[in-house]
Ligand binder design. Sequence first.
Ligand code: ASP
Length: 364
Amino acid sequence: MRIIRFDSCRGARVIELASFAVVWLWVLCRLSLGQEVMDQDAKKPLKYAIALHGGAGTAPSMYPRKANEQRRASLEKALRLGVDVLADGGTALDAVERVVRFLEDDPQFNAGVGAVFNAAGGHELDAAIMDGKTLNCGAVAGVSRIKNPITLARRVMTDSPHVLLIGPGAEEFAQLHGFELVPPETFDTPQARKAWERTKRRQGEHPASNWKPKACAEDIGTTMGTVGCVALDSHGNLAAATSTGGMSNKSFGRVGDSPIIGAGTYAANGVVAVSCTGTGEQFMRHVVAYEVAALMKYRQLSVDDSVNQILTHVLEPDDGGIIAVAQNGEISVRYNTLGMGSGAADSTGRFEIFWDLSQSKPDE
Ligand code: ASP
């Protein structure tokens, strides 16, 4: 009995100890599980972030579903290319150039092939790229024989002491640096020609004296838009790139905001990378890309508040759109036009394209 009692007593103590251990194990498990949940919930610093746009002034409601599907697929592919560069530890500069190059080669967009026609019936392409780490930047304007103006802009940044080269000078620089000059007709597309004919009917043949950028903005919707990309890489560097054919029926020699550093394109580490699209003259007047940075730097506004402030209080309705990524990886994508094809992704797995197919025009 004693033995039994003794044994049962020990047994009870063993059970007691065992349950104590189980309870502690359970508590520890809960704690570590809780920690995991907290880690997921807590805002981790983003390793990388990227946003792109395919031009303001266009909206899915302007096109039939098939055209919208193609456009959405291109935006998605471009964004994936950029994400791949960043996820592999590549630089923001490489990512933005790669994305913009891809969109320049796609005739659906008003950059590279597919660029709008100017009043003289030709194409004058503008592009800029900026490295937020060094504030180095390069741009080209009014080029008509360079297949990928964004790559030439990058070469101006890296291989010249200048920031902006224009027209024949930019093309001579390109040749000296091994770029192939392509025939100007390379950029022609039937959609851009159709849009130009329509714009000419609205504006007349002499846009220099009778040019209405707002009317143009409506017309540009039929030719698809300017392209741009902003990125933060895993090394903590920001970059921005923009490329465009400008605005349909623009004066020969007209340069918009895209290649103007601080107007259509800007990047500075510690602050933000910005790419704009819309009525270039407005973005130049208000130095929009830099204004986003200034509101963040001097008034400590968030990137989204800065972009929103400019689109609602500085620019006029229907002027355009802005994409921006802040140093902390926060992305802002906004516009005050009917629409703007765009996308955003980051290292948390976020991957979004903003081009709503359900708004497509019914098929004729
Ligand atoms: N901002 C460009 C320009 O004025 C046009 C556009 O973004 O659609 O040249």
